[in-house]
Design a protein around this ligand. Structure first.
Ligand code: ZN
Ligand code: ZN
Length: 376
């Protein structure tokens, strides 16, 4: 059995437990995970006795080579008009009929209504369409050894790019310029593209956890939060370092020290057998006790894989039991409006006995006047 066939068998088992006969996969990461097809358009249909990819002429040759064990349904936009019409015709041709699950978090309301019209109404092959949530995502949480290696490569590329970009981190460089340099280095080091929009948040902009970049020139003495990642072989990495030039004032040093302590607590705690909420709590407590509780306004971490944000979540309400093979971030932060912010994020893989950090870039320490000093 191929790797993708094994995954499809797992998905089918979950599908049948829900009392559904077929599953329509529209989310690109799930389509890739279950079929191996990396193209950007197409619907995957899955049932006990059939698996088919409906896609257009741009991808036929690619689909044939990437997923030889998946039936290819040729969609011609000039004749078929919509994927759902082509799928309906194919299902009718094959005599398939049943209840179809679809990815409620991915299919737009407009596409769902059209699919319903094509597949269900006027004696269509589908009896009913039911939204499912997280069916494939739950399987994706635990990575195979090959997937862990891919995430490890993506983390390595981010570390290399970071080191290569740091010499340009100098007084007066704008957030946008430093971002451009970092993204260029990511590409040169082997990333297909950044795994998400890079964040470079300097001084007061650091108070916004997901700030983006501006044309603000970076000044000595202010905290600069840089959150970035690489996409390599379809897999993501995600890392944050908070850096500065020169010397920090007492307030910034305090924020930095508390975040670093919370991060250490999270990294030392995380292991299989704990629940997501338990790891979040250990790190969060450090920040709460230091009096910054309300300033840590997000969860401690998230899974990383084909998507940069996936399960499991490390957050106060997460009951998910952590298991070996999961790849997750640990990323506490403090954000003070008008002052600035700080976040430290590493990506770890859970092993049988604990966790291994895949992020290797060192942290700038108090007293160091440039982040490159941390490397020596
Ligand atoms: Zn991040
Ligand atoms: Zn993250």
């Amino acid at each position: 059995m191929t790797l993708t066939a094994t995954r499809r068998a797992q998905a089918l088992e979950r599908l049948e437990n829900l009392g559904l006969d077929g599953l329509l996969i529209t989310a690109s990461e799930n389509r890739r995970y279950l079929s191996g097809f990396t193209g950007s358009s197409g619907w995957l249909f899955l049932s006990r006795d059939r698996v088919a990819l409906v896609t257009d002429g741009r991808y036929w040759a690619q689909a044939e080579s990437q997923c030889p064990d998946v039936e290819l349904v040729h969609f011609r936009s000039n004749e078929d008009l919509r994927l759902s019409r082509r799928l309906a015709a194919w299902l009718a041709e094959k005599g398939w009929s049943g209840t179809l699950g679809f990815e409620g978090e991915d299919l737009t309301v407009a596409a769902f209504r059209q699919a319903q019209e094509d597949l269900q109404e006027a004696q269509g092959p589908v009896k009913a369409m039911e939204p499912v949530s997280g069916l494939v995502e739950l399987i994706r949480q635990i990575k195979s050894p090959d997937e862990i290696e891919a995430v490890r490569r993506a983390a390595w590329v981010a570390d290399e790019a970071w080191k290569a970009a740091l010499p340009t981190f100098q007084e007066g460089v704008t957030e946008a310029d430093f971002c451009a340099e970092l993204e260029y280095r990511l590409a040169r080091c082997g990333a297909r593209k950044p795994s998400f929009d890079t964040i470079v948040a300097s001084g007061p902009n650091g108070a916004y956890p997901h700030a983006g970049v501006t044309d603000r020139p970076i000044q000595p003495g202010e905290l600069v939060t840089v959150d970035f990642g690489a996409l390599v072989d379809g897999y993501c990495s995600d890392i944050t370092r908070t850096i500065w030039l020169g010397h920090l004032d007492e307030r910034s040093l305090e924020i930095l020290e508390v975040v670093r302590r919370a991060h250490r607590a999270g990294m030392e705690t995380i292991r299989p057998g704990l629940r997501g909420c338990e790891v979040d709590q250990v790190a969060r407590e450090v920040i709460v006790r230091a009096g910054f509780g309300p300033a840590f306004s997000h969860s401690l971490g998230h899974g990383v894989g084909l998507a940069v944000h996936e399960g499991p979540g490390l957050r106060p309400e997460s009951k998910t039991l952590l298991e070996a093979g999961m790849t997750v971030t640990v990323e506490p932060g403090i954000y003070v409006p008008g002052v600035g912010g700080c976040r430290v994020e590493d990506l770890v893989v859970l092993t049988e006995t604990g966790a291994e950090s895949l992020s290797r870039s060192p942290y700038q320490e108090p007293g160091q006047v440039h982040p490159l000093e941390a490397w020596t």
